[in-house]
Design a protein around this ligand. Structure first.
Ligand SMILES: Cc1ncc(COP(=O)(O)O)c(C=O)c1O
Length: 439
């Protein structure tokens, strides 16, 4: 690994301090630098617009963007103002408040498949609730998911199938019981044939098929033509519930969910990230007859002290209002496409093979020249090279998510100055990678 200048001494000291009280010194494993060569991560102090500052005072153009929620950038004035006002009015009221209904109405109008909506706190909860609802609705227990997808950290979605489509699921995490794993089958993403084969054998036992319609957790992977349509057809025919996990994709590409761009409507949709404007807020919604299975109307239980909390609702409403402004998504597209084009060009000039999968303001730069369409092809990338690229950019003031399986998120705060700095840093980084060969 190339020696890197950052993290600086204060980050190192802060991380050491955190390690004394927190496993690994981080409150979410994604924040560790394990996938980029290990060692302590930078510790951030502040974010404004397109930039973040670490505790040593180094600044970075930020494409991590809180792992996706910050589509308006850090500390957007409208969001800050709305949250401050809500905090002054009492950050938690304990019963229903009009803002919750207003947010649900706005989501319902923007995502027509969400006929009824329940607000929750995290994407993990949204998926957990959608699966419970699907099981309650169908009276079945099996769940189908796809390799390389991330759906939060509830037990059933931490399971990946062993070899063979019908094999019993094997947990990826200690603490997930074999009984839970046995109810989950993880199939290759974008492989409709594998799903058909599985449904031929046990379609009438499937409660739900859970999919990221545009995958964002094996890097960005678009659905292949017919994949989502095929899932829609198979689930409808067998009586299973089709769940789209749009925690990342909701409001990322247009004012609504990606399902309406792709033309496939699921039974249930999970939203999170952007709809909370950087605060913890999520939603599950879908067909009325399934959603009315939720307590207190129905018999499927879900609850939460902070569900639909006023601060998250205020941040979400302010974010949606800003996103509705004309030209916002066109501006995001312009900046992201310039970035992707510049990265492609400078990688080619340095003779470094890369593949960029991009949709709107979200993309992944894979180190390799093969097409990336599933977890296997994402895994075939040169992750050592990604780790070195990550460090080279970090030293040059550009922050990416510390993993080859994540995306770059462009926000409305990213401007041409950021693009210039990023592309100049990337050009230098690619040249350095080319110089140093594979060492
Ligand atoms: C597609 C997807 N679903 C669910 C989640 C879980 O959301 P949360 O981290 O808010 O629990 C994530 C988180 O990254 C995600 O990317």
């Amino acid at each position: 690994m190339l020696p890197s200048v950052r993290p600086g001494p204060r980050s190192l000291a802060e991380h050491e301090r955190a390690r004394q009280v927190t496993p690994g010194g981080v409150n979410s494993p994604a924040r560790a630098f394990a996938k980029v060569g290990g060692g302590p991560p930078v510790v951030l102090r502040e974010g404004r617009g397109s930039r973040v500052w670490d505790v040593d005072g180094y600044s970075y153009v930020d494409y991590l963007a809180g792992y996706g929620p910050l589509i308006l950038g850090h500390a957007h004035p409208r969001v800050v103002e709305a949250v401050s006002r809500a905090a002054a009015q009492g950050p938690l009221l304990g019963t229903s408040s009009p803002g919750e209904t207003e947010l649900a109405e706005r989501l319902q109008a923007a995502v027509p498949s969400m006929q009824l909506i329940r607000l929750l706190t995290t994407g993990t909860e949204a998926v957990m609730t959608a699966l419970r609802l699907a099981r309650g609705h169908t009276g079945r227990s099996r769940v189908v998911k796809f390799d390389g997808a991330y759906h939060g950290h509830s037990d059933p979605v931490l399971v990946r199938a062993g070899s063979g489509a019908a094999s019993v699921g094997v947990p990826d995490s200690a603490g997930v019981t074999p009984a839970t794993a046995a109810e989950v089958t993880s199939l290759p993403h974008n492989d409709l044939g594998a799903v058909k084969g599985f449904f031929d054998r046990c379609g009438d036992e499937v409660a739900a098929v859970l999919v990221e319609p545009v995958a964002g957790n094996m890097g960005l992977v678009d659905p292949e033509p017919g994949f989502l349509e095929g899932l829609r057809h198979l689930t409808a025919a067998s009586g299973a519930v089709l769940i789209f996990d749009e925690v990342i994709t909701g409001f990322r590409f247009h004012f609504g969910a990606v399902q309406d761009l792709l033309g496939v409507r699921p039974d249930l949709t999970c939203l999170g990230k952007i709809i909370g404007g950087g605060l913890p807020l999520a939603a599950v919604g879908g067909r009325r007859e399934i959603m009315s299975g939720l307590a207190p109307e129905g018999r499927t239980y879900q609850a939460g002290t902070h569900a639909g909390n006023p601060l998250g609702v205020a941040a979400g409403l302010a974010t949606l209002a800003a996103l509705e402004t004309a030209g916002v998504y066109e501006g995001l597209e312009e900046v992201a496409s310039a970035l992707a084009a510049g990265l492609t060009e400078s990688a080619a000039a340095a003779g470094i093979p890369v593949t960029i999968n991009r949709r709107g303001s979200m993309f992944t730069l894979f180190f390799g020249d093969g097409r990336v369409r599933d977890l296997d092809s994402a895994e075939a990338g040169d992750h050592r090279r990604f780790a070195r690229f990550f460090r080279l950019l970090l030293d040059r003031g550009v922050l990416l998510a510390p993993s080859p399986y994540e995306c770059w998120f462009v926000s409305t705060a990213h401007g041409w100055e950021d693009v210039e700095q990023t592309l100049a840093s990337a050009e230098a980084a690619f040249a350095r990678l080319a110089e140093r060969g594979d060492e």
